[in-house]
Structures are given as C-alpha cells and as structure tokens.
Design a protein around this ligand. Sequence first.
Ligand SMILES: [Zn+2]
Length: 348
Amino acid sequence: MKVVFLRDNTQLNAEFDPDRRTLQIDRSEHAEITTNSNCLVPGLIDSHCHGVDGMDVMEGKAKQIGANLRSRGIEYYCPTTVTAKWSEIRHALEPCKDRFPGFAGVHLEGPFINPNRSGAQPSDQIEQPDYQKLANELGELLDLVKIVTLAPELNGSRQLISELRNRRIAVSAGHTDATSKQLHEHKIDRITHFYNAMRPFHHRDPGPIGYGLTENVTLEIIYDRIHVSAEALQIALRCQQENGCVIAVSDGTALSGQPDGTACEMWGHRVSMRQGAVRLENGTLAGSAATLADVFRNIWQDEGPSAAVEACSEAPRKALGLPEPRLWLLVDAEGNIIKVFEMDLAIS
Ligand SMILES: [Zn+2]
C-alpha cells in the first residue's frame, strides 16, 4: 500500500506491506499529502493521562487504561495520579509494578501543589513539599515515578526538587503561583499543562507563562481546543521551535471516550461532560474528555501533520527516553487514525 511516511519533520512516499512488515521509503523527494492520502506515523505517547473509557488511574486501573489507549494508537503513557491520601496514591501505583506494555513511568500530579492554583485537584489533601515523607510513603513504588508535578514556590521544595533530580525523576512546575524569578532559581525545565492552573501572564509579572515562552523548557499542552486556544498553541510552538519542545498531552480522564452528557464521581467531586469539556459543578475544568488521538487530530488540522507527529510522538518519546516505535498508525489526510499496527517494521 502506498503511504506518506512521517518522521523527524520529513514527509516521504513509501510502500508499506503490513503482511511482510516492511516499509520501503523513496527518499528522492518530499511527499505531498492530498485528500486521499494514507499516512504512516509512529505510535503516540501521552505523558499526562488520568484515565479513559470510564476508568481512572486512581482506581488501580492503570494497566487496563494502557490497553484501551493502545488500541487507539497510544503506544506509551504515564499513568497520572491526582492529589489524594497516600494510601490512595499507593493503590494507583500498585498495578504499575509489573511494568505492563505501554507503561512509561508514573506521573505524580500533586500532592505538593499550590492550594491557590489547585484547579480540580482535591485541595484538602495538598501537602507541603517533603522528600522524606514522599520516600517513606511510597517506598519502592517511588522507583516507578518518572515525573512529579509540583509548585516550586512552596517551602521545602528546594530539597524535594534536588532529591527528585538525583533520582532522575523529572520535575515539572504545575498548579503553581511561582514568579519567573522563582522558576529561574529552581532551574525549572518542564511545565505541566502550560497556560492552565498557573499564575497568569502580566507584562510586569510574566510568571510561568513568560518563563516558559522565553527559556529552554519542555511545555506540556492540552490541545483539546478547550484548555488552550489555537493562537496560544501557535505562540508556544513558535517560541520553542529553536531550543525547548512542546509536548502534547491529553490530561484525559475517565470521561475520555465517553458520550457527551456523561456524569460521574471523580477525585471527590461530581463532574460531567458537556460539549467536550469535563467540569466540576462550579464550572472549573477537571482534566479533559479527550484522548491523545483527539489531540493529535486537532494539531494535525490546525498546525499541520509534522507538528502533530512531533508533539504527540517524537518529542515525548525523546523526553521519556523510550525505545523506537513498535506501534504504527495509519492516518487519513484529516489526521484520523484509521488503523493501528503492532509490529517490528523493517524500514529500508
Ligand atoms: Zn492532570
């Protein structure tokens, strides 16, 4: 089958044979994507995902969530927790011990966040940064953690940040009221759901947004077309095209993949999905109703195929140090994933 193969910011014509598991690439010229094109792209990687199809990581369902995501083209994901009792966080991490296929390390979102920027995170379980407490409460489960979202301006964060970095756990500033000076002091190089749940931008007080747009930083962006506008995505992509990178995430929840109008109990709140957004009763956004496959299609349509592959696959794969793809996606000209193949592909 003729396909347009997209990797590393190039588009090339190729012949894909799924039975023989081969891909023969024609490297002579840049390929055009037309209305009838089939495109072949590497599997997607979601660094921030709480759930899908009625399941939440906090319910101890990380493994089943991984399987459902995989069938949608998400090759790896970071099961993401919320601010909760330590026993609940341990319950969420337990199934990750067997490092199931598609497990890319746990993302702890909280509990060391700023109560003034908690969004939908349960604020009664927020804690002061304390590495010793984290290490005692999680024990060997801490080995499963790859990313911690925290507010670096809180007392005690200095030691926490340095201990996490010693353990090669990425520190991501989020749910934060930090000034840009504080972010500089802590040498922050990753920001959680950029633009959302943080001190807003002011030209005399640029905060995390000014910092993230001018420094060499990895920015998570929830591009469900609700959390962030098209212009805001464009600004981040333009500012980070030289040094840092933009990583698309879903921040998906149990309501991702469910029909509009669905309601449920989540993280101690009553939440419902309306017009594609998950909200608390007071209107606060509570994660998203998207999967990374939706985010991928949105970026494909708004910023182009190469930007979508970069933000949803290449950049997060590199950031998390993941192996070469084994999941390959057949995508139509509109960015919809038509088929998912799991195979070692011989590329020539
Ligand atoms: Zn989240």
